[in-house]
Design a binder for this molecule. Structure first.
Ligand SMILES: C[S@@+](CC[C@H](N)C(=O)[O-])C[C@H]1O[C@@H](n2cnc3c(N)ncnc32)[C@H](O)[C@@H]1O
Length: 220
């Protein structure tokens, strides 16, 4: 099935509210567990970069999992950032900075990061090079990269079956978003080709019927 783009930024108030209030406990917990096991450094005390942070759930989970860390969390949608900031508790406010910016043309507060992670951003990008270029530009030598995203199903029927299996109890607006996200996602082969083109030597693993997990270390 050919890729069908969805709107790049999530800016509509009702869409963002539904996303911010959705229960992502299982996939987001899995993201953090896999990230922890890949990084293998519970005492990490540097600054990590979260690309396409949305309402911030993954940034919060990262900051809690690494209590000495700081997080710079970026999104192109002010609506998303408003939700993220409103959920920021006083203790985390000292360690997480939410910031506006549209990849790839963004200037971040630091020239390079030791950890860069991103969940569910790639499929939003009309041109996936925006993510891979930004990762290359803002990685320190030795930086750990962790990216999770959806995979595009074989056809529209499979996409609908996944919505019915995994989101049947979610509000209509979330079901629709999930469906469109599946159609906008990349295949394993496309992601491997993107990475080869970008000159990024990352490991690409399919971890479920609909998720890909990408990890690697930027060479010194
Ligand atoms: C599906 S949400 C994922 C949010 C969050 N990472 C999570 O896992 O819950 C994708 C986010 O990427 C943002 N986004 C899309 N294109 C972007 C770009 N070029 N630069 C920055 N943010 C972008 C959208 O506004 C949206 O908030």
């Amino acid at each position: 099935m050919k890729r069908l783009l969805e709107p790049e930024l999530m800016e509509d108030e009702s869409q963002v509210k539904a996303y911010a209030e959705a229960d992502f406990e299982i996939p987001h917990n899995e993201f953090i567990e896999r990230l922890q096991s890949f990084i293998d450094c519970p005492g990490f005390n540097g600054t990590a970069l979260d690309l396409g942070c949305g309402p911030g759930d993954i940034s919060f989970r990262f900051a809690k999992a690494f209590p000495l860390s700081k997080v710079h969390a970026l999104d192109g949608s002010q609506t998303m950032l408003n939700y993220a900031k409103s959920a920021l508790t006083a203790d985390l406010a000292e360690r997480i900075s939410f910031m506006p910016g549209l990849l790839p043309d963004v200037t971040l507060p630091r020239p390079a990061y030791e950890i860069i992670f991103s969940n569910s951003l790639l499929h939003h990008l009309p041109d996936p090079r925006a993510l891979w270029h930004s990762i290359k530009k803002y990685s320190r030598p030795g930086a750990r990269i962790i990216v999770m995203d959806l995979l595009r199903p074989a056809d529209i029927k499979d996409a609908q079956t996944m919505v019915n299996s995994y989101a049947a109890s979610e509000p209509e607006i979330l079901q629709r978003d999930f469906y469109h996200s599946l159609l906008a996602a990349f295949s394993m082969e496309e992601i491997k080709a993107q990475l080869a083109f970008a000159g990024l030597n990352l490991n690409v693993e399919q971890i479920s019927d609909r998720h890909v997990f990408i990890t690697g270390v930027i060479p010194d």
